[in-house]
Design a protein around this ligand. Sequence first.
Ligand code: NAD
Ligand code: UDX
Length: 481
Amino acid sequence: MKIEIKNICCIGAGYVGGPTMAVIADRCHDIQINVVDVNENRIQAWNSENLSHLPIYEPNLDQVIKRRRGRNLHFSTEIKYHISNADMIFISVNTPTKTKGIGAGKASDLKWVEASARQVSKYAKGETIVVEKSTLPVKTALMIRQILETSLEKTNDSQTDNKQFYVLSNPEFLSEGTAIQDLECPDRVLIGGENQEAIKALVNIYLNWVDKEKILTTDLWSSELSKLIANAFLAQRISSINSISALCEATGADVKEVSTAIGADKRIGNYFLNASPGFGGSCFKKDILNLVYICNYYGLHEVSEYWQKIIDINNWQKQRILRVIVEKLFGSVSGKKLAILGFAFKANTNDTRESAAIHICNELIIEGGNLYIYDPRVTRKQIEEDLEISENEYSYGGEGSWTFADSILDASRGADAVIVLTEWDEFKNIEWSEISTVMRSPSWLFDTRSITDQSEAKRCGMKLWSLGCGSKLQSINLMPS
Ligand code: NAD
Ligand code: UDX
């Protein structure tokens, strides 16, 4: 058997499906790619003439779309039709944490994966390679295979066509904000499977632009599990450095200096050591929760508790920052104007899923703060959805509210504090001489990403709290005996 891939269908036109298929289309001009989704608005946005209206913001994504859309890259809601024409089908649908029933709050909700597999089972024709692109619990390929096989039994009865399925795992490691760069120059591509010809067909696609040495092939379960573990290890580094940020503040050390010093050791490495208000994004929390669930399922309770701590520290960090802000502002933010700079979970994306800003802003509103929120890419509508509070409405029966701001200056006018929550480049070069004059005194800067020009802010008379930066006065304290 030799499977030639001429037509790909990707189910799910989200943050992974859209950019991943765009890059494959850009590198493989002789393959026709159809990205399908049940969400009509999303597909419409992918097809919009104006490239600034694409449903997601990623640097350089618009250029790739411009080059390939309408040529070998298409976005459509014709799911059945494109499944039936495909030689290879990527399942790239959402796999959020279950909110109800068995495993609620921990296990992955696989209903969208199951629905996709059922559609593939029903409409695919001939030999089809089904690729898991979504992040999935280990052994999901078994479920997909079982669903696909149900149609084989039925097909054999009616003898309508000659279906054959091969399931592969090909998890995606892109990060938002650098998705195109990550897809074009991946550290590795991971492919798990059993059928060598099917694996070869997918390897051949990546060989169009990825070095052979970077394409790792393995079995299905190792591939599925590696994706969860990669995310767990990355998140673990952030919780580790965030826990140390608190110790730095207590002892007078500076977490940035500590990161630099430990990161210089090749065995540790200098990536993912930036202290922050806590990791956000759609992946880390859900994937670790899923790992915790799987470990418990297999009776590995100590392992499960170990990984749960990564999430506990992440939650604690957000709460700790909130407490610092309230305490520094004389113990109350009630009726005070606070400028919030950044709402996305990281810079260079409009994605706000699990952003630390959501929790911190909600809690500040409960405390009675009047927030003026500015983010270069996040829309007013998105903030409203995330906070679940209408703009300019008093909430929780108190004085707290939020308002959308069009600029840093707009957010800061009359504010008691500027609170930096996302590391956008724009916040690195704020003109503090201008901002400090429009604020109310004493004016505070809370920098939870340590990215602003802090000496300039201080020079302009602002009071400063920077995450993980111990006060020089505290540094003379000796270790408690
Ligand atoms: P997303 O929510 O942005 O997109 C998923 C899309 O799938 C949605 O548009 C939804 O409408 C569509 N969909 C769901 N069921 C469908 C069906 N039956 N038929 C057609 N369309 C359907 O999600 P995402 O961020 O792209 O993540 C997708 C998967 O990739 C998840 O498993 C996630 O864990 C994983 N992942 C995400 C990232 C990331 O940075 N976002 C990175 C690596 C892996
Ligand atoms: C992550 C993984 O990095 C990626 O490989 C996987 O495919 C999807 O999940 P993503 O969530 O898009 O990617 O962004 P990432 O850069 O990992 O950042 C996640 C969160 O961690 C952000 O909130 C970010 O601000 C935070 N972070 C990251 C830190 O707090 N400190 C760091 O040093 C790095």
